[in-house]
Design a protein around this ligand. Structure first.
Ligand code: FE2
Length: 492
């Protein structure tokens, strides 16, 4: 019993630090004089030397234990502080500029999901796990076990077990998580359909039991907090110009703050991100015309253009579409069409990107995504609802990082274009993941990644009222790129 408690302490210490322990690694630590001390030494070593690793195996633990003396003498090389400079260029790293077309064939969907599977499998393999095909797991002898990378197609709850229908390119199989296995069941309950996870599977008679589950997740961000540019970025979204509920008065307070604040941090804003739904659009949902003050999209963009002239010229404005912009609804969305770009640029220059998009400012990588799939995640995740979103928005964004995908659940409320390469897999870990869409502001840090939803500038709509969603109206998030601190600003 004492040994079991010690094991639990070791496993929990690893998990709290973001690492997964193999059974063999646990065996080595168990025999160590100071298991937790040894584990902490290994974790320190891995963070410095192999930051993308998430699995601690026996080989690593053995090698670090042998090098303990060297490790104690190890002094990290301190790099020189970068020179201070202001307003580096905002570089667009990736977005989807062309309105790509699909034929609508079944093969396109097959290729899309295969791409999703392979990208997420690679993320798992980069942690040092060697997976074997599901077809070989099915043929395993009794009591053998092995790891597999699978896409979860369906989940079914029974009295005694959770059944997960899984697939890889070689085969499909239903695997079973007994309800008496507390830790594994807890992990299984966080697994979303259409996501790819690593599983350690054991053959017991004709049944395949799940012994462990590893999410793709993100490694701890190792960038030095002070390595970013001496500049602030301001994140806003969901302005909804044209809606009767647009709070022009609050947006004017925001513009006044940008222009007239004597605050040093406001003077160092070099970029504002408009993270979708700048305008309310037309015909976005049935009966929208009753909630529109401006019933022409062109006119909505003309008003937006005039409002945005008040943003100081030295500030780069990055604009991506949301579900209210007049562009294709399926992800990835292209930037707004030329006709609207021209209206906006009559008054002021903007940087137009698609949705999602990646931008680089100095060495800070920002993933910008309007966030259409947040609606799906709110429905799928346990303990999250629209009425509790103010407390939970950070947890919903964190779930995207767990599964390394911006729109994990296919076929719900988020249309996805089945491209040959899935653009929604979070392949490179951002410093900031910025979203909007649900109109609730929140900031959270997860493993060194800043998760931000920037709120809105539109009063509660009738739909939000019926869903119990209480928006945070008149909010912006100010991020210091030098030290990655973030502040939520409220305007009245
Ligand atoms: Fe919106």
């Amino acid at each position: 019993m004492v040994i079991l408690n010690n094991d639990r302490k070791i496993i929990l210490t690893a998990l709290k630090n973001g690492y997964h322990l193999t059974e063999e690694a646990l065996k080595i630590l168990r025999t160590s004089e100071d298991p937790i001390g040894t584990l902490n030494t290994v974790i320190d070593y891995v963070r410095k030397m192999d930051p993308y690793r998430m699995v601690l195996d026996a080989e690593l633990i053995g090698s670090v234990v042998q090098q303990t003396r060297k490790l104690q003498e190890y002094t990290p090389v301190r790099e020189e502080e970068p020179p201070t400079y202001a307003y580096p260029e905002v570089q667009v790293i990736q977005h989807y500029p062309e309105d790509v077309m699909i034929e609508g064939h079944l093969e396109e969907f097959y290729r899309y999901f295969h791409s999703r599977y392979m990208k997420l499998r690679k993320i798992l393999e980069d942690r040092g796990i060697k997976f074997i095909p599901l077809s070989e797991i099915i043929k395993m002898k009794k009591d053998q076990d092995a790891p597999a990378a699978v896409m979860v197609l369906d989940r079914r709850d029974t009295e005694k077990a959770l059944l997960l229908k899984c697939e890889d390119p070689s085969a499909s199989a239903t695997v079973l998580v007994p309800k008496k296995t507390g830790d594994v069941l807890a992990k299984a309950e966080m697994v979303l359909v259409d996501c790819v996870v690593g599983m350690r599977l054991r053959k017991v008679n004709d049944t395949i039991l799940v012994q462990d589950i590893i999410q793709p997740d993100v490694p701890i961000n190792q960038k030095r907090p002070s390595s970013g540019p001496d500049m602030y970025v301001c994140l806003i979204s969901d302005v909804h110009i044209g809606s009767k509920n647009f709070r022009k008065d609050l947006f004017e307070s925001f513009l006044d703050w940008i222009n007239r604040s004597r605050d040093g941090e406001v003077k160092r804003i070099g970029c504002i991100v408009l993270c979708g739904d700048l305008v309310d659009g037309v015909g976005v949902y049935p009966g929208q015309e009753k909630e529109l003050e401006v019933i022409s999209v062109n006119e909505q963009f003309s008003i937006a253009a005039k409002i945005l002239t008040e943003v100081p010229k030295h500030i780069e404005l990055v604009y991506l579409p949301g579900n209210h912009e007049p562009v294709r609804k399926a992800l990835p969305q292209p930037p707004v069409p030329e006709v609207y770009k021209k209206i906006l640029e009559n008054e002021r220059k903007l940087k137009f990107v698609g949705n999602p998009a990646k931008i680089l400012i100095g060495d800070r990588l920002l993933h910008l995504y309007h966030g259409q799939s947040l609606d799906d995640l709110i429905q799928m995740l346990p303990s999250v609802s629209y009425s509790t979103l103010r407390e939970n928005i950070g947890n919903v964004l964190e779930a995207m990082l767990h599964v390394r995908h911006l729109a994990p659940c296919y076929g719900q409320n988020t249309p996805i274009l089945p491209l040959d390469s899935d653009p929604l897999v979070i392949e490179d870990v951002p410093d900031i993941l910025c979203t909007g869409h649900v109109h609730v502001a929140g900031v959270k840090s997860y493993k060194g990644v800043l998760l931000i939803n920037s709120g809105c500038w539109q009063e509660q709509t009738s739909f939000q009222q019926s869903a119990g969603l209480n928006p945070t109206v008149g909010t912006a998030v100010l991020v210091n790129l030098a030290d990655m601190s973030a502040k939520l600003k409220f305007f009245s």
